[in-house]
Design a protein around this ligand. Structure first.
Ligand SMILES: Nc1ncnc2c1ncn2[C@@H]1O[C@H](COP(=O)(O)OP(=O)(O)O)[C@@H](O)[C@H]1O
Ligand SMILES: [Mg+2]
Length: 378
């Protein structure tokens, strides 16, 4: 009997992209490329430049690491490639249409923000029946948009805080009415671009004067703005991972983010450039019943949003309020991230590590999930 060698599935690791989170995506790619076992996976790294050009890049994770606070970037110099839109051919192609190697079995889209995490890229994969890791078009788009996300969660009876939303056009045309809606929330408020991430464009505002500048800042990133009342409580995050056997999604032990100094909140600097001022604890030091409630809520959020593969659900947890209301209140959902920060040091992988799934296992789990899921409407 002769046994055929098992062909290694071809994985296109796609990263970078047009959003303001380009650099973070590169850092994630560095971690994932370093973790993938080349005897199991045939890895093709594909970078998307800040202007949106797809290029083959060298399989050298080190070039995308975050070193000395310097943000990495996809080099514009590589050969241009495109993913076929033809269901008959799932190979990467040169711009002249020549196929580069065999078909892509699965794409690992490691992009954050618009044009990557928001369903646009996922739509491209759907067109060619290409398998990919993570949420589909709808969940990606709805999870990216903080207004739509809140409407969906509230519609499913999940707890979200007080908020309002408007477009730049209305802010310009009908400012007094919008200001009144915002001020009804009571200062401080958080002013956010509806579709961004990594805290980009977000300002904590304590008065009317600050509001003008904050809206201008948010609008610089997105013409749609969301304003939220400041929530009290501890910032807790929970990892969700689809089960390989099709059972209920699994949850990690929750983690906690504490900004210990120098920052108003968990802003971009605190997230990526000033780790000394942030304490990420995992598991979060919470009473068992609160931990259980956080994990149940995370699964409900994942299912309400129709997420797939993985997500990180971020919540505010007020343990006293939870106690005082017998668990009826005290947990508020801040957001779902359908492609959470995924460097080996990011909260999502760390929470899974604390739950017994290490980084390479996590990447393998996600690729295996994606390979076994059907294409088309699911
Ligand atoms: N309503 C709120 N109340 C208190 N803090 C908030 C609120 N909204 C955001 N923050 C702070 O701002 C950070 C970033 O906001 P978030 O909505 O998570 O945006 P992003 O999608 O950029 O991560 C949060 O991690 C938290 O520290
Ligand atoms: Mg967040």
């Amino acid at each position: 009997m002769s046994s055929q060698p098992t062909p290694r599935p071809r994985v296109a690791v796609v990263f970078g992209g047009r959003s303001s989170e380009h650099a973070i995506s590169c850092v994630t790619a560095a971690g994932v490329l370093a973790a993938l076992d080349r005897s199991v996976w045939d890895v093709v790294p594909v970078g998307i430049t800040t202007s949106g050009r797809w290029v083959l890049v060298d399989d050298d994770p080190a070039q995308f690491e975050l070193a000395d606070g310097k943000l990495p970037q996809v080099p514009a110099a590589g050969p241009s490639v495109a993913l076929s839109q033809d269901v008959e051919s799932r190979a990467l192609q040169t711009v002249s249409g020549e196929a580069l190697g065999g078909p892509v079995d699965v794409v690992l889209p490691l992009l954050h923000g618009p044009f990557g995490e928001d369903g646009t890229l996922q739509g491209l994969f759907e067109l060619s029946d290409t398998r990919y890791v993570g949420s589909g078009v709808l969940a990606s788009a709805a999870g990216m948009d903080k207004q739509v996300m809140k409407l969906l969660l509230a519609g499913h009876g999940l707890p979200v805080g007080p908020w309002t939303s408007f477009r730049a056009k209305r802010w310009d045309a009908d400012r007094d009415a919008v200001v009144a809606e915002v001020e009804a929330l009571g200062y401080p408020v958080f002013v956010k671009p509806a579709r961004a991430g990594s805290s980009i464009g977000i300002t904590r505002v304590t008065d009317r004067a600050g509001l003008e500048a904050a809206v201008a800042e948010a609008v610089a990133h997105d013409p749609k703005v969301v304003v939220e009342a400041a929530l009290s409580g501890r910032e807790v995050e929970c990892g969700v991972l689809e089960d390989l056997a099709g059972g209920e999604p699994r949850t990690s032990l929750p983690g906690e983010v504490e900004v210990v100094g120098g920052h108003d909140f968990y802003d971009f600097e605190a997230k990526y450039l000033d780790a000394g001022n942030v304490r990420l604890s995992c598991p979060a030091d919470l009473p068992d019943d609160v931990t259980a409630a956080v994990r149940r809520t995370a699964v409900r959020v994942f299912e309400a949003m129709e997420a797939e593969g993985l997500a990180r659900v971020d919540l505010f947890v007020d343990v006293e309020r939870f106690r005082a209301t017998d668990g009826a209140e005290g947990i508020v959902v801040n957001e779902i991230n359908t492609m959470p920060g995924f460097t080996p040091f990011s909260m999502y992988p760390r929470m899974w590590a604390a739950t017994g799934v290490d980084y390479p296992q996590l990447v393998d789990h996600l690729l295996t999930l994606a390979l076994q899921r059907p294409t088309g409407l699911r």
